[in-house]
Design a protein around this ligand. Structure first.
Ligand code: DLZ
Length: 164
């Protein structure tokens, strides 16, 4: 499926999060963008019945720290069903961009496999701020919404496969 807008989804295909517990790790770098992504994720979790008490939000300094942030959350809260990692890496003049994107994508995969729980990649990796704004509630939707919908679907899939 190719989506033109990151917020687009079929509500009938989204499971209720009534008894789900979900962590959100938000990077402070490019805060204006990551705050907008986190707001999209929170609004979506609430829309699909996740209780306020079952949403745990923490901040980490930058996207590079999302991996260890998610790992810390899962290690210290056995009731968490998933963690959504929210960050925004914008291409600069140095090779930071490549190192951070590579580390976060690989790191998130590793944390998910280590804990056997969904860890969601809600990371914008853009050439400039305008592209990030377009994907943080702008004309291309909100990647935080996509991350929340993905978390709900993956938790439901896990429960279905593990017969919980
Ligand atoms: C250092 C850095 C740079 C240059 N750019 C970004 C960015 O665009 N987005 C982001 O989330 N973080 C950035 N960081 C910070 C790193 O993720 C990390 O916090 C520091 O390198 C300390 O480990």
């Amino acid at each position: 499926m190719k989506k033109t807008n990151l917020s687009d989804h079929d509500p009938n295909q989204v499971p209720s999060g009534k008894d789900f517990r979900i962590g959100i790790a938000v990077a402070e770098w490019n805060k204006e963008i990551t705050d907008a992504l986190a707001a999209g994720a929170l609004e979506t979790l609430r829309r699909y019945d996740v209780a306020e008490d079952n949403i745990v939000l923490v901040h980490v300094p930058g996207s590079f720290e999302l991996t260890s942030g998610a790992d810390l959350m899962l290690r210290n809260d056995a009731r968490l069903d998933a963690v959504i990692c929210i960050g925004c890496v914008i291409q600069g003049e140095t090779r930071h961009f490549d190192f951070i994107c590579e580390a976060v994508s690989q790191g998130i995969t590793n944390v998910a496999l280590k804990h056997g729980k969904p860890v969601i990649f809600s990371l914008l990796t853009t050439n400039n701020t305008e592209q990030a704004q377009d994907r943080a509630g702008g004309k291309h939707g909100n990647k935080g919404v996509e991350g929340a919908v993905t978390a709900l679907k993956m938790i439901a899939l896990q429960r279905q496969l593990e017969n919980k």
